[in-house]
Design a protein around this ligand. Structure first.
Ligand code: ADP
Ligand code: MG
Length: 255
């Protein structure tokens, strides 16, 4: 399989008033084209730090990041980033929100505009294009945020607790929805979550980080052997609880 992201020997030391905090230690892994990989680990173990380093937003202390074999030195245009807050601009309508990334990057040409409109149509948002974010549900807002992110055709999408602001019921529906869009558009995704079930239901592999300084404790392959896999039908699969128990135990053990 073709690798798209390579994380090599990443360590991160933060400097603050009390001294140094070692946030990450010797993190190594790869993500292949089209793969969905989740990262789970205790709160404060460095998950967000790791994503920020991969995106080129935060400096690393040691190591290298490669995307499609190219070293990431500063903010990478090959990366899309989705956060817990959808960061939609309330004063722009839906169409203009989804075009925002293209504008910022100077990529708003006819071809890209058509691509965005097509995504809006395909994912049932086109009829809402003249509405404003406050008129949409939380789930629809996340879908708009996703289309804005996909508009610039990132090579890999990073999601940092992207669904954790939603209530449980909505979260299940939205993850199902977003998952199917990402699969259809053949996107590669790296998903940070503190939710073990979300990680299992969405991923091909789950990386478990140790408590701070975060390092990789284990990597689990998730394979339900289903053809038309969705997060919801994974949750109903008999194998789900055995994956859950393994990860639960692994997260609970302090070294
Ligand atoms: P997680 O996302 O796994 O909860 P973070 O990556 O946010 O963890 O944080 C890892 C550790 O680094 C925490 O102890 C946090 O307090 C510390 N940290 C994060 N950002 C900074 C910063 N800008 N300056 C100093 N320390 C930080
Ligand atoms: Mg975090």
């Amino acid at each position: 399989m073709e690798k798209i992201l390579e994380v090599k020997n990443i360590s991160k030391k933060y400097q603050n008033r009390e001294g140094e905090i070692m946030a990450l230690k010797n993190v190594n892994f790869r993500v292949n084209q089209g793969e969905f990989v989740s990262i789970i680990g205790p709160s404060g173990c460095g998950k967000s730090t790791l994503l920020s380093i991969i995106a080129g937003l935060e400096k690393k202390t040691t190591g290298e990041i490669y995307i499609e074999g190219e070293k990431v030195e500063n903010i990478s245009s090959k990366i899309g980033y989705m956060l817990q807050r959808d960061c939609l601009l309330e004063w722009r309508n839906i169409l203009n929100n989804t075009m925002f990334g293209l504008e910022v990057k100077g990529m708003k040409n006819e071809e890209n505009k058509a691509y965005v409109k097509n995504l809006l149509k395909k994912y049932n948002l086109y009829e809402f294009k003249d509405k404003y974010p406050s008129e949409l549900s939380g789930g629809m807002r996340q879908r708009v945020a996703l289309i804005r992110t996909l508009a610039v055709k990132p090579k890999i999408l990073l999601l940092d607790e992207a669904f954790s602001a939603l209530d449980y019921q909505t979260r299940i529906m939205v993850t199902n929805d977003i998952y199917s869009i990402l699969r259809k558009e053949n996107i590669t995704a790296l998903i940070v979550t503190h939710d073990i079930s979300e990680a299992i239901s969405m991923s091909d592999r789950v990386l478990v980080l140790s408590k701070r300084p975060g390092s990789i404790k284990d990597i689990h392959k998730i394979d339900f052997g289903m053809e038309n896999r969705t997060p919801i039908n994974c949750r109903e699969n008999p194998k789900f609880s055995s994956y859950f128990n393994t990860l639960w135990k692994e997260l609970g053990v302090d070294e």
